[in-house]
Write a protein that binds this ligand. Structure first.
Ligand code: AMP
Length: 282
């Protein structure tokens, strides 16, 4: 596996693939890799001739400085995992390499960022769109892989790439959420949970899974069931729980027969903020 710290190193590495028309797959990450990330990498390896993974903790997408400062950093272990799993190149740029100057671009995300994460993490999605567009322009992949774990992020990236960067011509592939055996969605932030918080974390998926099949519930009853169930734990505190249209990401006002929705949640376990989502249907 080739380790690239600069754009030039990565250009050189990718040249032979590009010149011979080989397919390049790309998985952007912030490191502290777990099996969820690996599932995206496996999909990319399966679909492409060459897979590039980036590890870059992007300050622009953190609205909370302490969350940024405490974000797990385990580069050596990450590199070993990437080697073991057949990744071809890892791109680990410095801040200067990604942002040689301040990125002052502003993106209208057409209401996709008006609810859920957009409300509680102001500026987050602008930061995500900035960094993803910069990384895509460097890697120029044929296929790029994102997890449904960050459902709103995935929708916003799909939209922004089509709307603002049509020349990049990369396919965005959505990959399913990988979970721990007890149901907690895998996340780099899980490393920051203490034993009690980690155990309680399983209640998030359990509560959402219990309403997966709507079965005559009203929206109000469904929402209060999930919120109360999670908040019953001494270690968990729901920040929001929304049921949204999976295309527009707008919260719905009532449940209709035959429709599919996304139920999305953010929960604090102490200082650690966990997100999860699930498709629900009647
Ligand atoms: P992150 O390092 O958290 O920015 O995540 C990098 C990519 O991995 C994003 O596209 C995430 O949605 C995806 N990802 C993170 N956790 C999971 C998971 N549990 N299952 C599937 N994909 C995930």
């Amino acid at each position: 596996m080739t380790i690239c710290k600069t754009k030039n190193e990565l250009f050189d590495f990718l040249k032979t693939y590009r010149n011979s028309g080989k397919l390049i797959g790309f998985v952007p990450t912030m490191g502290a890799l777990h099996q969820g990330h690996i599932s995206l990498i496996e999909k990319s390896i399966n679909d492409n001739d060459c897979t590039v993974v980036s590890i870059f903790v992007n300050p622009e997408q953190f609205n909370n400085k302490s969350d940024f400062d405490k974000y797990p950093n385990m580069l050596e272990a990450d590199i070993e995992k990437l080697k073991k799993n057949g990744c071809d190149a890892v791109f680990m740029p410095s801040m200067k390499e990604v942002y040689p100057e301040k990125d002052n671009r502003v993106f209208d995300l057409y209401n996709l960022d008006k609810y859920m994460e957009g409300v509680f993490r102001p500026g987050h999605f602008e930061g995500v769109v900035k960094v993803v567009s910069i990384l895509l322009e460097i890697v120029l992949p044929n296929n790029t892989y994102f997890g449904e774990k960050d459902f709103q992020q995935l929708s916003i990236i799909k939209f922004a790439v089509k709307k603002y960067f049509p020349n990049l011509k990369t396919n965005i592939t959505a990959c399913p959420i990988l979970r721990e055996p007890d149901g907690l969605a895998m996340s780099s932030r899980n490393l920051r949970l203490n034993t009690e918080q980690r155990k309680a974390g399983a209640e998030i998926y359990k509560a959402m899974n219990a309403v997966k099949k709507i079965e005559c519930k009203t929206l109000k009853r469904l929402k209060s069931f999930v919120i109360n169930k999670i908040n019953e734990s001494d270690y968990l505190n729901v920040e929001y729980f929304e049921v949204v249209n999976p295309e527009t990401l707008q919260p719905i006002s009532e449940l209709k027969k035959g429709e599919k929705y996304r139920a999305c949640v953010a929960v604090f376990a102490g200082e650690v903020r966990l997100i999860d989502n699930i498709e629900i249907y009647d």
